[in-house]
Design a protein around this ligand. Structure first.
Ligand SMILES: Nc1ncnc2c1ncn2[C@@H]1O[C@H](COP(=O)(O)OP(=O)(O)O)[C@@H](O)[C@H]1O
Ligand SMILES: [Mg+2]
Length: 314
């Protein structure tokens, strides 16, 4: 079944409408290649967890479907589950048990040899706390244990739903390094969700930007950024923004792609310079009170596609 050309994850027109009519996921289509790290990036409510729920067989699709390593999640849920593991947003480990007991319990559930537990604990950096009750773990330690637990069954596809949410910045960065290291394991495929842009940029080979249940862009982080050119110019204007946009547009300065937040206009600088833009505004009788040029970030891609910002990482 699982030949090399079978996608690790194949999603076809996947749709979920919850009772009451919330269209949480609409017609998603994407493939994830074996060994790829794939990100679903979007704000709260975008439909990320619902998608993970359908891919891990805990939520029934309304229509469309998906397969993991060739196993259909609706028709062959047991096989689909057997080749995958998931770390959900909510904790699942038993707080009264030690970390080791949690991992051993999971190994028995899956009928796998518990001998790998020491190695996994080492890989996730939890070996020193393994014999303590999980109730005393910090948030970051618990996340690491949950990932170790998910790896006990040697999944070919690992799903991580917002793996770093709620962790403080330093612990988040450490956990990102741990996750980045996981991809080296047995060519494992990783699908993760996040609402942190830099997390997607740092970890993912490709990113699907999800907005209101739909994929609005899907590409490598570099290609998504390249669509905005090498440099963005932010101009804070004293005067009428529509007049400024018209003046910039008349000079061919990408006014159609301009992003306006209050009195700040952001434009991609392709062949033009900041001087050209300021001169165009000056001729229109507008004063530029602040100028800033910077490299585009995934947030700019997101803003342009959806007109809404993502929250900054803590
Ligand atoms: N069990 C449910 N019943 C009804 N609506 C739900 C349920 N779970 C999620 N939703 C709604 O579906 C949408 C997508 O939610 P979710 O998949 O959790 O998004 P995300 O993980 O991107 O924050 C939201 O509008 C949410 O309120
Ligand atoms: Mg979620």
């Amino acid at each position: 079944m699982a030949a090399h050309d079978v996608p690790a994850v194949a999603v076809r027109r996947l749709t979920k409408t919850y009772p009451g009519g919330v269209e949480a996921v609409k017609d998603l289509d994407f493939d994830v290649a074996p060994g790829e790290v794939f990100g679903l990036l979007g704000p709260n409510g975008a439909g990320k967890s619902t998608t993970i729920g359908m891919l891990t067989t805990t939520i029934a699709p309304t229509s469309g479907g998906a397969a993991l390593a060739g196993y259909d999640v609706v028709r062959r849920p047991l096989q689909a589950r057997a080749v995958s593991s998931v770390v959900f947003q909510e904790p699942v480990v038993d707080r009264g048990l030690s970390g080791r007991a949690n991992l051993e319990l999971h190994a028995r559930l899956w009928g796998v040899d518990g001998a790998a537990i020491g190695e996994l604990a080492g890989a996730l950096g939890v070996e020193e706390i393994l014999d303590r009750p999980v109730g005393g773990y910090s948030g970051g330690q618990r996340r690491r244990l949950e990932i170790a637990r998910a790896l006990v069954s040697r999944p070919r596809v690992l799903f991580l739903d917002e793996p770093t949410v709620g962790l403080d910045p330093r612990i988040r960065l450490e956990l990102l390094d741990v996750i980045a290291g996981l991809r080296a394991r047995d060519g494992m495929t990783i699908v993760l969700t996040t609402h942190y842009l830099e997390e997607a940029e740092r970890l993912c080979d490709r990113v699907a930007i999800v907005h209101a249940g739909e994929i609005v862009a899907l590409d490598t982080p570099a290609a998504l950024l390249a669509g905005l050119g090498g440099e963005l110019l932010e101009l804070r204007i004293d005067g009428e923004v529509p007049v400024a946009l018209a003046a910039l547009g008349a000079r061919g300065l990408a006014a159609g792609e301009a992003l306006v937040v209050g009195s700040t206009v952001t434009i991609p600088l392709r062949d033009a310079t900041a001087g050209d833009a300021i001169a165009a505004l000056d001729r229109a009788g507008l004063t530029v009170v602040a100028v800033n040029s910077r490299r585009p970030a995934l947030d700019d891609v997101y803003l342009r596609l959806t007109g809404a910002g993502l929250p900054a990482a803590a």
